[in-house]
Design a protein around this ligand. Structure first.
Ligand SMILES: NC(=O)c1ccc[n+]([C@@H]2O[C@H](COP(=O)([O-])OP(=O)(O)OC[C@H]3O[C@@H](n4cnc5c(N)ncnc54)[C@H](O)[C@@H]3O)[C@@H](O)[C@H]2O)c1
Length: 248
């Protein structure tokens, strides 16, 4: 019997922050849909584990070590991917970090670092990948519901995600003539270490009960946004939060 054609066969997908959580689930799903996957992370050991896991599922994958906020390391990760696979069809800007302090107590260096990882990182990977992306390619930026509604102590995170959604809109306009779509996804609470290590969640200041998604739920939405089925969706943000923002 002929095997059904997988949706991302012959394509190359680069996922930043791809060694854990939503990024790893995304790399896995693209891989299972036939893509060759480039996983970018900033911890070599995590990278080795992620590669073992992906390859054990028959997925063709490489790991590129980079601090996404570093211009040279970001560029090197793109070059490594192109050297290996010759193309990039899907870029998922997923790497991110949080800090937990009110603005008045927040060291300025922490503000700069969160903005650099969460927003500058997406700018850098887009800047270096886009010139090598063909019409039909797509970028998906992983934002957060914190871009829309937020809580105390996470101002740089909320600001970085709101900025990421603005970058999404702006870049989508620039790339219309290139045939490259750019969208964001704004997850609600997702069962990853980032959620459970959040002191606001631990203390109950940020309520998450009732709507906790799995990394695979977000991966499925990212895959949809990057797929040809989403060809008429551009410059927008898909909220994937199990309806959390609708709760009064
Ligand atoms: N878990 C949630 O509830 C939730 C909700 C909304 C949005 N998000 C977003 O989802 C994305 C993935 O988060 P996650 O929940 O899977 O958590 P995670 O901590 O598992 O993933 C974040 C990844 O980014 C990587 N990373 C951090 N700084 C980096 C740097 N400087 N260079 C390279 N890689 C770096 C980490 O190593 C990690 O692999 C993030 O953008 C996060 O903001 C998560």
């Amino acid at each position: 019997m002929e095997r059904a054609r997988r949706r991302f066969e012959e394509r190359v997908c680069l996922v930043t922050g791809g060694t854990s959580g939503i990024g790893k689930a995304t790399a896995t799903l693209f891989g299972l849909e036939g893509a060759r996957v480039s996983v970018v992370g900033h911890d070599e050991e995590d990278g080795r584990h992620a590669l073992d896991d992906l390859r054990s599922q028959g997925i063709e994958a490489i790991y590129a070590n980079a601090d996404v906020a570093d211009e040279h390391e970001a560029q090197a990760a793109i070059v490594r991917t192109l050297d290996e696979w010759g193309r990039i069809d899907v870029l998922v800007n997923n790497a991110a970090m949080m800090t937990f302090a009110p603005v008045v107590d927040l060291p300025t260096a922490d503000w700069d670092r969160v903005l650099a990882v969460n927003l500058r990182g997406a700018f850098l990977f887009s800047k270096f990948a886009v010139p090598r992306m063909s019409p039909g390619s797509s970028i998906v930026n992983v934002s957060s519901v914190h871009a829309h509604e937020t809580t105390v102590g996470v101002a740089p995170y909320a600001a970085s995600k709101a900025g990421l959604e603005a970058l999404t809109r702006a870049l989508s306009r620039e790339l219309v003539d290139h045939g490259i779509r750019v969208n964001s996804i704004a997850p609600g609470s997702v069962d990853t270490p980032m959620l459970w290590e959040n002191p606001n969640v631990k203390s109950g200041k940020e309520k998450v009960e009732g709507a906790i998604g799995k990394p695979e739920d977000i991966a499925a939405a990212i895959l949809f946004l990057a797929s040809d089925e989403a060809r008429f969706i551009n410059g927008t943000t898909l909220v994937a939060d199990g309806g959390r923002l609708d709760i009064l």
